[in-house]
Design a protein around this ligand. Structure first.
Ligand SMILES: [Zn+2]
Length: 315
């Protein structure tokens, strides 16, 4: 038996067949098109699935053997497979499941890409075998997914699990959601870069500034971590501040949910042990019962494959 996963992104759509050992056995991709009507977008995706399922190349790859099809989207979908909002694709209250099933009559599931990555990690990644886990992506924005007993928890109405828009700072930095001071404005890669640019402007002699070739627009999250590793005092201070925001958010998560494991993904998580060691030692400062065992904090293991694997696992 195989399951099909679609990783639908703003620029490309990856489609993969996943076997019973949770491995991708065939994969293809198409560019995302937003200049065509929704029906044609679904036609292209369904066609891509059919092309992937070519039993002549591999007898396992036949439509008869497909159990289900799942899709991860950079947006919000409800329990009925309706995409409530997906800005990158221009979808708004779009019946993706209904339309997909008209083309391929298999069970079809759709969920947010962070929920999908959370599920993938809990099945085939670093949180495999855990009874509860929370996955947090520290990327352009903040994505998060909660897995309890092998199932995504997205709330009664399907809109929960969004750590990125918890408010961390009263009257803080304005957020794209319309509120101020959201976690996303302090813990994402975008936030770290914003803070680094401010610091580079105030301290033109800092290593952050010179590693970016004197161009603040070239500062990345990696620039900050590289400068910190070199012992730059401005980068050190900035790193401490970032870790403090991140650890306070994660400590709130521990206080509220106490999951078995917290998984960090996204661009910032590429800092690896540098980030992990700092966060692990900082979280207990803010946790209520810090004399009790605390959740493990780990870096995501699956990388780019998580999108396809997790989508295929949806049920
Ligand atoms: Zn927000």
């Amino acid at each position: 038996m195989i399951r099909i996963g679609l990783d639908i992104g703003g620029t490309g759509i990856k489609v993969g067949a996943v076997n019973e050992q949770n491995r991708i056995v065939a994969e293809t991709s198409i560019p995302t098109r937003t200049d065509i009507p929704f029906g044609e977008q679904v036609d292209r995706m369904a066609e891509c699935v059919r092309e992937l399922l070519n039993p002549e190349t591999d007898p396992e790859l036949s439509m008869d053997r497909v159990v289900s099809i799942g899709a991860g989207i950079p947006g919000l979908a409800n329990h009925d497979g309706v995409v409530i909002n997906c800005t990158n694709l221009g979808w708004h209250y779009t019946p993706l499941r209904e339309e997909f099933r008209k083309r391929i009559g298999k069970p079809f599931f759709v969920d947010n890409d962070a929920n999908v990555a959370a599920l993938a990690e809990s099945v085939a990644g670093v949180s495999a075998g855990s009874s509860s886990s929370v996955f947090v992506t520290l990327g352009t924005g903040i994505g998060s997914g909660i897995i309890i007993n092998g199932r995504i928890w997205k709330g009664f109405h399907g809109i929960g699990g969004e750590l990125g828009h918890m408010i961390l700072e009263l009257d803080g930095v304005p957020c794209t959601c319309g509120n101020r001071g959201c976690v996303e404005r302090y813990c994402s890669a975008t936030a770290l870069i914003r803070m680094a640019r401010e610091q580079a402007a105030a301290h033109p002699d800092s290593l952050i500034f010179s590693l970016a070739g004197g161009d603040p627009m070239k500062i990345s999250a990696k620039t900050v971590f590289d400068a910190k590793r070199e012992g730059d005092p401005v980068a050190e201070k900035l790193f401490r501040r970032y870790v403090s925001y991140l650890s306070q958010m994660l400590a709130s998560l521990v206080n509220f949910l106490d999951p078995e494991i917290i998984v960090l993904g996204g661009g910032v998580s590429k800092a690896g042990n540098l980030l992990l060691d700092a966060v692990r030692s900082e979280i207990p400062r803010y946790v209520l019962y810090n004399d009790q065992p605390l959740p493990r904090v780990e870096i995501a293991a699956l990388g780019a494959e998580a999108g396809i694997i997790g989508a295929a696992m949806l049920s």
